[in-house]
Design a protein around this ligand. Structure first.
Ligand code: LLP
Length: 423
């Protein structure tokens, strides 16, 4: 049995009942299913295989900002994924997990010298460029190290895509990318530099893009730009078409169809006769994980019933930050009455709320409760706010379990702090 399913009234992850995990490792903790990650990777790969010829398959570069645990990275590296990174830390994680430099692309926004040097030392596949200053910085750093990396320029197509204003990246008021005109100039600038090799263009217009009409015009703008660059005599051999593919957060959600998406790649990108890269993050891992927590209290006020979990917004910030919907359900008790709760955490902020007036099976004190679809941008965005230790991460594969990241302890929180001797 793969993924999260109910068996005898108890929610399991693969073959393991979640109460066993809670008992062994405590709560809150993140629990991931390896088989779901493999299935997601394969679903995307197979959709591309159905749409594109064998010799034109894209390199799927997992955007590890979604979940950068080195065990998850190793799993994806083992099944043939590439990697998209945005920091020196993510590069180090990728290398530790076994990715080769030539499987890694760097798309970070404010690339600094130490990060560029580390990427050059690892001989990464390419840098995706955000600005002229960044291009100069890479050229200068590469000159010092006697390298000549491939670079592509990120297009800002002025198209809105993404599940929330904070995760849209493709409008002209966003900090990301460059206009087509600016990329013409950047290409010319790069062509005159000795230590960068301009090879193409990239695009990434947002995350959790549910609007079918968003991807296609983005690809069309990319294609127009390729024609312009070629007409001006530049060589374009690589197109990075970004990430942003959505997942279902709600069981009833109708989503974009992968085959439809792949057909746009076939119709618009394929004829341009370049290498193709993609940067999927959320799609690979989002549905692979839950945040397993315990009902600490049920607090009843004259207007509400609050289900107080022992997980808080520091463990999973998405509902607070983006008003994101996550399914929430008790691990057992499936034949109980339905009730509406405000599901909250223990943090001292009213924003520490996972769901308002959410209907679910009645929950009793000490029951286990999962917040679903938490595998992407869950642990990766967790913090120590309110001096709460980070939760453990646990990977399950069939009947195998591994704590892939130990829970922090209270003493870990102060391990790097110092009281000056003059106080
Ligand atoms: N490529 C670039 C350049 C990106 O900036 C991102 C995500 C991705 C790829 C991967 O996008 P995905 O396939 O995961 O949609 N914390 C937010 C999401 C922020 C996404 C940032 N960039 C959330 O929890 O919804």
């Amino acid at each position: 049995m793969a993924g999260f399913q109910e068996k005898n009234g108890i929610l399991h992850v693969d073959d393991i009942p979640l109460p066993e995990i809670a008992e062994q490792f405590g709560t809150p903790c993140y629990v991931y299913s390896a088989s779901v990650i493999r299935d997601q990777y394969n679903a995307l790969k197979e959709a591309m295989e159905r749409a594109l010829p064998a010799d034109r398959q894209p390199l799927l570069c997992y955007a590890c900002k979604a979940n950068s645990n080195i065990a998850i990275l190793k799993l994806l590296q083992g099944i043939g994924s590439g990697l998209e990174i945005v920091s020196e830390g993510e590069l180090a994680r990728g290398l530790k997990a076994g990715f080769k430099g030539q499987q890694i692309i760097s798309t970070s926004f404010g690339k600094h010298e130490a990060e560029i040097e580390a990427c050059l030392a690892a001989d990464i596949l390419q840098f995706n460029i955000e600005s002229p200053e960044e291009l100069h910085n890479i050229n200068d750093t590469a000159a010092r190290l006697n390298k000549c990396p491939e670079v592509v320029f990120r297009l800002n197509p002025n198209i809105s895509g993404g599940g929330h204003a904070k995760i849209n990246t493709g409008k002209k008021e966003n900090k990301f990318g460059n206009t087509s005109d600016d990329i013409m100039d950047l290409y010319a600038l790069a062509a005159n530099m000795d230590h960068v090799n301009p090879v193409g263009v990239s695009i990434h217009i947002g995350s959790q893009i549910t609007q079918a009409e968003a991807f296609k015009p983005g690809f069309e703008k990319l294609a127009e730009l390729v024609e312009r660059l070629r007409d001006a005599g530049f060589s374009v051999t690589c197109l990075d078409i970004g990430g942003g593919f959505p997942i279902a957060y709600d069981d009833n959600e109708e989503l974009l169809d992968l085959d439809e998406y792949a057909s746009w790649v076939r119709d618009i990108i394929l004829p341009l006769d370049t290498k193709i890269q993609m940067e999927p993050g959320r799609y690979m891992v989002g549905n692979s994980g839950v945040l397993l927590s315990k009902a600490q209290y049920i607090k009843t006020t004259p207007s509400r019933e609050f289900l107080v979990l022992n997980a808080g917004m520091n463990d999973l910030i998405r509902p607070t930050l983006y008003e994101a919907y996550h399914g929430i359900r008790p691990v057992s008790g499936h034949n109980r009455e339905i009730k509406a709760y405000d599901v909250v955490g223990p943090i001292c902020e009213s924003g520490d709320i996972f769901a308002k007036q959410r209907e679910m099976k009645t929950v009793e004190k000490d029951d286990l409760v999962v917040i679903q679809s938490a595998g992407a941008y869950g642990f990766a965005m967790a913090s120590n706010y309110n001096s709460r230790p980070l939760p453990a991460e646990i990977l399950v594969d069939g009947d195998k379990i591994c704590v892939i990241n130990k829970a922090q302890k209270v003493e870990d929180l102060m391990a790097r702090e110092t009281i000056p001797d003059w106080l």
